[in-house]
Design a binder for this molecule. Structure first.
Ligand SMILES: [Fe+2]
Ligand SMILES: [Fe+2]
Length: 460
C-alpha cells in the first residue's frame, strides 16, 4: 500500500498518535464550509497565493488525481458567487496528477473574497474566504523545513490561530525526495491553512531532489519565474531567492545578477521613502551555529552577503538549519550596526537538530518547533517567535513565546548610503573576491552534502 493510500485509509504515517487524523479540511477556524450534500469534490490541496498585485489579485492552485479531470472553474465573489474564471491545467512533475491554476481579479480588494472550485456539474469544493490584504499595518508568519509530522500540523494550526495576512515558507517543504505522492500528502495537509491564507515559498535543497525543482515549479503559483521573485507589499519589498537550491540548472549567476538589480532598485525605492524595509528570503542560512553546518558554503555566502550589505537588506529570513536562531544586526559573521538581521525558522516540523555553541552574532537561539510572526506597522517590525512544543520537545496545544525583537527602519542618511549603481557580473565577482567556478562547485557540494545529513532527530 502506498503512503497516500494509507493516508486515505486514515492511517497517517508521520502523525504522532496524540494528534487527530489529517483528512478533514472543513472544521478549522477560518477554514472552509462543508460543500452541499451529494457533491463529490475531486479538487484537493488548494492553496492561495499571488502572482501579481498582492492586493488586487489572487492565484488559486489545486490538484486532481489522474489526467482526465473535467475543466476546473473557480466561482468567486463578495457576498455571492458573481464571477467565474477557468483554470489552466498542466501535469505535475512525474506523477499522474493535474495542477490547476486560476487567477482571480476584478474584485474589491478592501473586502473579503469567497471562492470555491468546481469540476463538472457535481464536483464542488468547500467555500473558502480570503481576508482583504491590509493597506497599512500587516502581519505575516515565516518558517521553513516543514514536512508531514504532528509538529508540522501544530505549526500550521498555530499560524491559523494568530490570524496573519500571509505566510512565507523558507524552503524544504514536503521532503518528498523523489517520492511524488508525498507532495500530494503535503499539499492536502496544508490546505486547512493555505486555502484561506496566501502562502508563498522559497525553494530548499530538498526541492532539488524532485527533478531539480520540477515538482516545486509545477505545483506552486508565484510571481515572476516562480523560483526567484519579488513583490512590494505596502512599505516592505520582499525579495525571494533560491540561494542556489537549483544550481544544476545553470541559472545561479543570472539569478545573482537579478538580485543585484532588484535590490539596487529596492534600495532606491527605500531612499525615496516609497518603502521602509527590504526583506530577503531564502532557504539557506548565511551564518549558523548548528552543529556541523558552519561554514555553510562560504564562497556563495560571501557573494550573497556582498550584495545584501551593499543595498542594506534589513531582514534575512531563512530555514535549512532545524532550529530557531536570530541574529543581532550583523555582517560577515560579526555583529555590526547597520547590518542585516538573520532569522532562521527551521523548526517548522520535520525535526530539530543541535547547536555547537553561540556565536557573538547570535541574539537568541532555541531548539524548538516554532514559527515567527512579524507585525509591520509604520517604521517598525515587531517579531515574535512562537514555539508549538514544550521545552522537552513534546507537542503542546499552547503557543509559547520564545523570543521577540523589534526592527526599526533605517534613517534617511542610512537609506541614502545604500543607493549604489548596479554592477555587471565582472564587477560583482571581482568586488566579492569570487571565482565563479568555485562558487558554482561549492554550491553543488553544499546541496549534495546537506542532503546526505540526517534529516531529523526523532523526539516523539
Ligand atoms: Fe531542512
Ligand atoms: Fe535544507
Amino acid at each position: 500500500m502506498k503512503r497516500r493510500d494509507l493516508l486515505k485509509a486514515g492511517a497517517p504515517l508521520l502523525l504522532a498518535p496524540w494528534l487527530p487524523g489529517c483528512g478533514s479540511s472543513s472544521s478549522y477556524a477560518n477554514g472552509g464550509q462543508t460543500p452541499p450534500g451529494g457533491s463529490r469534490n475531486i479538487a484537493r490541496g488548494l492553496h492561495a497565493s499571488w502572482t501579481g498585485d498582492p492586493h488586487g489579485s489572487r492565484a488559486i492552485t489545486w490538484f486532481t488525481d489522474g489526467l482526465n479531470a473535467p475543466e476546473g472553474v473557480v466561482e468567486f465573489g463578495q457576498g455571492h458567487f458573481s464571477q467565474t474564471v477557468r483554470a489552466v491545467a498542466s501535469q505535475a512533475y512525474d506523477i499522474d496528477v493535474l495542477t490547476h491554476r486560476a487567477e482571480l481579479g476584478g474584485y474589491d480588494p478592501g473586502k473579503p473574497l469567497q471562492y470555491r472550485v468546481r469540476h463538472g456539474g457535481d464536483s464542488l469544493s468547500a467555500t473558502y474566504t480570503l481576508k482583504p490584504m491590509p493597506r497599512g499595518a500587516f502581519r505575516f508568519a515565516h518558517f521553513g523545513d516543514h514536512g508531514l509530522s504532528g509538529f508540522s500540523r501544530l505549526v500550521r494550526e498555530g499560524i491559523l490561530s494568530r490570524g496573519v495576512d500571509f505566510v512565507l515558507i523558507a524552503g524544504d517543504l514536503s521532503y518528498a525526495n523523489g517520492d511524488q505522492p508525498v507532495w500530494d500528502d503535503w499539499f492536502n495537509q496544508l490546505e486547512h491553512l493555505s486555502a484561506s491564507v496566501p502562502v508563498l515559498c522559497a525553494a530548499g535543497n530538498h526541492e532539488e531532489k524532485d527533478g531539480n525543482g520540477s515538482a516545486y515549479k509545477t505545483r506552486l503559483s508565484q510571481p515572476g519565474n516562480g523560483r526567484y521573485y519579488s513583490y512590494v507589499l505596502n512599505n516592505v519589498q520582499f525579495v525571494i531567492s533560491t540561494g542556489g537550491a537549483f544550481v544544476a540548472d545553470g541559472t545561479l549567476l543570472a539569478e545573482l545578477l537579478w538580485l543585484e538589480t532588484t535590490l539596487a532598485q529596492a534600495s532606491l525605492r527605500r531612499a525615496r521613502g516609497e518603502i521602509d524595509f527590504i526583506a530577503f528570503v531564502q532557504h539557506f542560512t548565511l551564518w549558523t551555529d548548528e552543529e556541523g553546518r558552519s561554514p555553510n558554503n562560504p564562497t556563495l555566502v560571501l557573494l550573497e552577503e556582498n550584495i545584501l550589505l551593499r543595498y542594506g537588506v534589513d531582514l534575512l529570513l531563512v530555514g535549512h538549519d532545524h532550529e530557531y536562531q536570530r541574529s543581532h544586526a550583523m555582517a560577515f559573521g560579526q555583529p555590526r550596526e547597520g547590518g542585516y538581521v538573520q532569522v532562521c525558522g527551521g523548526g517548522g516540523g520535520v525535526g530539530i537538530r543541535s547547536f555547537s555553541g553561540q556565536s557573538a552574532w547570535s541574539a537568541a537561539q532555541h531548539l524548538r518547533y516554532s514559527f515567527i510572526e512579524y507585525a509591520v506597522e509604520g517604521r517598525s517590525i515587531k517579531a515574535q517567535a512562537w514555539a508549538v512544543d514544550t521545552p522537552e520537545l513534546q507537542p503542546s496545544r499552547e503557543l509559547t513565546l520564545i523570543d521577540e525583537f523589534e526592527l526599526t527602519a533605517r534613517s534617511p542618511q542610512a537609506r541614502n548610503d545604500s543607493v549604489k549603481p548596479i554592477r555587471d557580473a565582472g564587477s560583482l565577482l571581482a568586488q566579492s573576491g569570487a571565482n565563479w567556478r568555485y562558487v558554482e562547485a561549492h554550491t553543488r557540494l553544499r546541496n549534495a552534502q546537506h542532503l546526505k545529513q540526517a534529516v531529523w532527530h526523532e523526539h516523539a
